[in-house]
Ligand binder design. Structure first.
Ligand SMILES: NC(=O)c1ccc[n+]([C@@H]2O[C@H](COP(=O)([O-])OP(=O)(O)OC[C@H]3O[C@@H](n4cnc5c(N)ncnc54)[C@H](O)[C@@H]3O)[C@@H](O)[C@H]2O)c1
Length: 316
């Protein structure tokens, strides 16, 4: 039973939903977020009702993390630099936030005797361009972006810390997560481009890139399910849907949901990269047998999820 949780990145897209859910379950929540990308909009109601505390701290500053006076029994670590493109143009920042930042969270656990960690890892980037699709968890890690490398390195520290200091750590290797409150990603970009000019849509890459996606409500259920079933040591799970969809099919779905006609698609392949941009893995498909066997499975189809998300974007 989780009683007192720290959520890093709790002002972001996934973190804000996780905070809502933990509080609904009667768990006391403390959020750490430096607000570089997140917003306190969704947290305000919880602060007003004293269900959550908020520290505008950076995970790169371990002293600040250690100064928080609460005794946590769980950490959900989601704070990150989540953009592959930024990790290519600024590898140092990505390493400091995603690898060193995660190392600091592990140090916080070691120094403050916090036994449990749920870590938001990545499945789409750590395997690189695998020969085996759908890719299972035991496939070799061979990232082709610095973001993927930083997330993989962070996971390796999760493994060593769990073994050395007797911690319980589960890593959710997330696919592409989408849904309301998300302010980045291909669906967000397409919606805004089409809103601006409904006659045409520029697609980065050849549009054939095909990836695994997962709707936000299924993602949050995976977080709660796997945290309730956390075991001694370190473990990891691909958390995505079985479905994969191409970028062109996403574009077609969004055009349909927006009720647009005669939209011309143009393909920008000027970067000479197989994916949409440098470091982008063109094809991902996750083997989710392990997480299914644990008792979680996705419920919302990609097409249904796109409809919910685009309707939310249209009304917000
Ligand atoms: N969204 C996806 O498709 C996806 C896929 C795979 C993995 N993930 C991982 O899931 C987690 C959450 O992703 P998201 O989509 O909600 O991203 P997000 O950008 O919406 O949320 C990240 C939050 O972390 C905060 N943050 C960033 N750097 C920080 C720092 N140095 N110190 C403290 N706070 C900091 C931001 O302000 C933001 O609120 C991340 O770890 C991300 O790498 C996301």
């Amino acid at each position: 039973m989780i009683k007192n949780a720290l959520v890093t990145g709790g002002c972001g897209f996934i973190g804000s939903y996780l905070v809502d859910t933990l509080i609904e379950k009667g768990i006391t929540v403390t959020v750490v977020d430096n607000l570089s990308a997140g917003t306190t909009t969704y947290l305000q109601k919880h602060i007003k009702t004293h269900s959550a505390a908020f520290y505008q701290y950076d995970i790169r500053d371990l002293d600040n993390l250690l100064s928080i006076p609460t005794n946590f029994d769980f950490i959900f670590h989601l704070a990150a630099q989540p953009d592959v493109k930024i990790s290519v143009s600024n590898p140092q920042i990505d390493f400091e936030i995603n690898t060193v930042g995660t190392f600091n969270i592990l140090e916080l656990m070691r120094k403050k005797d916090i036994p449990n960690l749920v870590f938001a890892g990545s499945s789409g980037t750590i395997y690189g361009e695998p020969d085996l699709l759908p890719t299972p968890e035991n496939y070799p890690l061979k990232p082709i972006s610095n973001y993927g490398a930083a997330k993989a390195a962070a996971e390796m520290y999760c493994s060593s810390f769990a073994s050395l200091y007797d911690l319980n750590i589960v890593c959710l290797r997330l696919g592409n997560i989408f849904g309301p409150r998300s302010t980045h990603g291909v669906m967000y970009d397409f919606f805004h481009k089409l809103n601006k000019d409904p006659s045409k849509l520029e697609i980065l890459g050849d549009g054939k890139q095909t990836k695994s996606y997962l709707y936000i409500s299924d993602t949050i259920e995976a977080f709660t399910h796997l945290s309730n079933n956390i075991n001694k040591g370190y473990d990891n799970y691909n958390v995505s849907s079985d479905e994969a969809i191409s970028v062109v099919d996403i574009a077609n779905e969004i055009v349909n949901v927006m009720n647009l006609k005669d939209v011309t698609f143009t393909f920008n392949v000027s970067g000479g990269w197989k994916g949409g941009w440098k470091g982008d893995v063109p094809n991902t498909s996750m083997n989710i047998k392990k997480v299914r066997q644990s008792g979680w499975s996705p419920k919302i189809s990609i097409k249904r999820g796109i409809k919910h998300y685009i309707n939310w974007l249209s009304n917000s």
